[in-house]
Design a protein around this ligand. Structure first.
Ligand SMILES: NC(=O)c1ccc[n+]([C@@H]2O[C@H](COP(=O)([O-])OP(=O)(O)OC[C@H]3O[C@@H](n4cnc5c(N)ncnc54)[C@H](O)[C@@H]3O)[C@@H](O)[C@H]2O)c1
Length: 434
């Protein structure tokens, strides 16, 4: 099968590479010529474990290629996946669909044989129908169907998530499109991955509802962690005890400095807007967003308290900047909300991140000093703030940490260390809800 993927970002690049791995002949297109040239030269523009090797293998086998020209690939394609960005629109939080609509306007005149146009980007309910209208208006002779195939991969585990998904959700209008998509995803039958076919609107909403639900679990446990801090309970014990109930489940019940990333913040906002547009209230999701903002603000208070009530003039060694480990993605990372505020309040920041520094430099205040070595970053600082739970921070040499710090203050915003052990080691240790 011939597949074109529009957009070579986190989702487009992973999806295209995995479809090639499934046996399709895939061309990935992007409007960003620099990105395409890098990819043609064998350079992967993002950090995603396992992606380099898989791209290299499929390019070498002739199953995967990159282009900044649509004319060659679109007329031949059985499927065209739209995997462009849908960021929050400035001002109103609605999903900005301009990239999606531009992408389909660009391909419409080039459609030749029967083609299924598939929305993989996260898009509000009704987008697939708008895509259909745009293409039909631009090219009344085109023989095509639209489908919605939202993506659920997690950055940092994207290849495994794509190759071994919990489910594949596909919204279609007819059997003809369904059969083309079944054929593409056929290799997943071997591992009996559930394929869930539904209508366009339900598929579109499943994605938003899923992300909003996961974000709800995070905000819920963050709120419970606040109560734990006050009543002397251990949020890990509470989460474990809750998670043993199969109706609740163990995942996404880990407190932290608030959710970030390229999806939860914008998708919760967009769901609220979609509901508003349809005259429906979404009070739970609105509150989830509010709780998340409050959680980030609470982290500043926590850091201030750990520093004895005043952060002005203090130097902090911040470990981790990305919104989660195993990605260089800085979109909506809690560090973007927390660090500028601390600097505004008079803190100096030494920062370390295994992969996110380049992205971070463009988004964080210039006064931050970046270090390649974790322990050098700690030299002559007044406290460590562990912001992202990268593996390299899980087994720090605490004797060296103590030597480097002016005062042995360790603020663990990811709860990766045990309070008792840290206290025994002589640290003044703060964490969340324990
Ligand atoms: N990142 C994730 O973890 C994730 C997970 C699931 C779903 N999604 C959704 O997938 C979509 C893509 O997200 P992403 O993180 O890959 O975005 P991204 O910003 O990493 O990549 C988007 C790419 O699209 C390109 N682009 C823009 N306009 C284009 C056009 N007209 N034609 C071709 N390419 C164009 C951009 O140059 C960029 O390379 C979003 O809707 C997002 O919500 C993302």
């Amino acid at each position: 099968m011939k597949v074109t993927v529009l957009g070579c970002g986190y989702v487009g690049l992973v999806s295209g590479t995995c479809f090639a791995e499934f046996g399709a002949s895939v061309t990935c297109f992007d409007v960003d010529k620099t990105k395409v040239n890098k990819l043609k030269d064998g350079m992967i523009p993002i950090y995603e474990p396992g992606l380099n090797a898989l791209v290299e293998k499929n390019v070498a086998q002739g199953a995967l290629s990159f282009t900044d020209e649509l004319d060659n690939c679109i007329p031949e394609s059985d499927l065209v996946f739209v995997a462009v960005g849908t960021p929050s629109r400035h001002g109103d939080g609605h999903a900005d669909l301009s990239y999606v609509f531009q992408a389909v306007k660009d391909i419409a005149p080039l459609l030749k044989n029967y083609t299924v146009i598939v929305d993989k980007s996260t898009v509000p309910v009704g987008t697939a129908r708008n895509v259909k209208r745009i293409i039909a208006e631009a090219n009344p002779d085109a023989d095509f169907d639209v489908a919605s195939n939202p993506e659920f991969l997690r950055e940092g585990a994207a290849i495994t998530d794509f190759m071994r998904p919990d489910r594949v959700v596909i919204g279609v209008e007819n059997e003809r499109a369904e059969n083309v998509l079944r054929e593409l995803y056929r290799p997943l039958n071997l591992i009996e991955a559930p394929m869930f076919f539904t209508d366009l609107e339900s598929a579109e909403l499943i994605k938003y509802a899923s992300n909003a639900f996961l974000a709800t679990k995070i905000s819920f446990i963050n709120e419970i962690s606040m109560l734990c801090d006050e009543v002397g309970a251990d949020v890990h014990a509470v989460a474990k005890g809750m998670g043993m109930d199969s109706r609740i489940g163990r995942k996404f019940l880990r407190p932290g400095p608030g959710f970030g990333g390229s999806c939860f913040p914008k998708d919760t906002q967009a769901l609220v807007r979609i509901a508003q547009e349809h005259g429906v209230s979404s009070r739970i999701v609105e509150t989830v967003i509010e709780v998340n903002e409050a959680q980030k603000a609470r982290m500043i208070k926590k850091i201030r308290e750990a520093l004895g009530g005043k952060e002005s003039g203090k130097t902090l060694a911040v470990l981790g900047l990305t919104y989660k480990p195993e990605t260089d993605d800085m979109r909506e990372a809690p560090s973007l909300a927390i660090l500028p505020k601390l600097i505004e309040n008079g803190c100096h920041i030494n920062a370390h991140d295994p992969k996110g520094v380049n992205e971070a430099k463009a988004l964080l205040p210039n006064s931050i000093k970046y270090f390649d070595d974790i322990y050098v970053a700690m030299e002559n600082t007044d406290a460590v703030v562990l912001m992202t739970e990268w593996d390299v921070y899980r087994n720090l040499d605490m004797e060296v940490v103590k030597q480097k710090l002016n005062t042995p203050i360790f603020i663990d915003l990811r709860n990766i260390y045990e309070p008792e052990t840290m206290n025994l080691l002589g640290f003044q240790y703060s964490c969340i809800g324990r």
